[in-house]
Design a protein around this ligand. Structure first.
Ligand SMILES: [Zn+2]
Length: 338
């Protein structure tokens, strides 16, 4: 008989088994290789005629082939059985229960993000991004928070061995953008930020922030009110009012806290808004002259507003979710509701 290369034969057999679509065909493969008249039996029978030196080696290889290919065929058989095929029945069982294909869907934060981006884009804003690993300069100094400033305590973060840190807000993107682009400009950033703190229902070590900036020759607080009120109205699909309350943030002057009419009671007062009719939504203000200077713009020529808010919180209010940790838990019972 012709010399048989068992190594090559094994590769071929494996391919054939993988391609099988029916038990019938699988049985044929078995016969071809491992059956009484199969190739391996033929090899074993021919051992007698081989020289003593080759006999042992070839015998071992043949048995090895028999064992390995036999196992693969058995495995393949089991797949057919589990899938509803019946042994000795080559027909597809149309009465077997169907298998629903698992199709994925977007995460609630992604859904909210797409919606926010679309609203701002329709108002002439560009969506920009920046690095999550940031330098101290962009994260703090450039935003008018020098090393000894007490505000740094509020934004404790993770300092990395390479000298960088995980950004505590998306505002560094504003500075990076102003360095490279001349006003007038309108941008928003939605991105992941980090805080070194204990987690609870409303705090996570990493969460998302929405950050906006508008700069021009005469951009003012009235523009800010109009844009933000319109954003909330479109996002929550309800008419809303906003109010500004004086507040302090190092990177703006003047700064204000922005409240929105409570969506739950529409301003009448309820437990969600502690009976005030208002919900605190974001921090904002007119861009501080030092921030312009640090970004390479002359504050004598340019003015603008900026805001920053917790993006998770926005999504939580939209979808009425009461625990921020649900977004990151990977729990399908939660995620499949979207
Ligand atoms: Zn309320």
């Amino acid at each position: 008989m012709a010399k048989i290369n068992l190594k090559l034969l094994k590769i071929e057999a494996k391919k054939e088994i993988k391609k099988t679509e029916s038990l019938d065909y699988l049985n044929k493969i078995f016969d071809k290789y491992l059956g009484k008249k199969g190739i391996v039996s033929e090899v074993l029978r021919s051992l007698k005629s081989l020289p003593q030196t080759k006999r042992k080696k070839t015998g071992e290889a043949a048995n090895d082939f028999k064992r390995e290919i036999g196992e693969l065929i058995e495995e393949r058989k089991k797949i057919f059985q589990n899938a509803g095929y019946k042994i000795q029945d080559t027909h597809f069982d149309i009465t077997a229960p169907g298998k629903k294909p698992v199709s994925g869907h977007l995460h609630p934060l992604t859904l909210a993000r797409k919606e926010v981006e679309e609203i701002f884009e329709n108002m002439g804003f560009s969506v920009v991004e920046g690095p999550e690993m940031e330098s101290e300069w962009y994260n703090f100094d450039a935003l008018n928070i020098p090393k000894d400033h007490p505000a740094r305590d509020q934004w404790d973060t993770f300092y990395l061995e390479n000298g960088l840190l995980l950004r505590t807000h998306t505002s560094p993107v504003q500075v990076r953008y102003m360095e490279k682009n001349n006003p007038p400009l309108r941008i928003i950033t939605i991105g992941r930020v980090f805080r070194h703190e204990a987690t609870d229902a409303s705090h996570e070590v990493n969460f998302y922030q929405l950050d906006g900036l508008m700069v021009g020759k005469d951009v003012n607080v009235a523009n800010f009110k109009a844009v933000i009120q319109e954003f909330f109205r479109r996002f929550f699909e309800k008419p809303v009012k906003i109010r500004l309350i004086p507040s302090f943030f190092p990177f703006v002057e003047p700064g204000f806290q922005v409240d929105m009419t409570c969506l739950n009671c529409e301003g009448k007062g309820c437990s969600v808004c502690s009976q005030t009719g208002w919900l605190e939504m974001m921090g904002a203000g007119m861009v501080h002259p030092n921030v312009f200077k640090n970004s390479g713009l002359n504050p004598k020529f340019w003015q603008g507003w900026a805001f920053g808010m917790g993006f998770d919180r926005l999504a939580m209010m939209k979808y009425k979710i009461n625990d921020i940790r649900l977004f990151y838990s990977g729990d399908l019972r939660f995620l499949n509701q979207f």
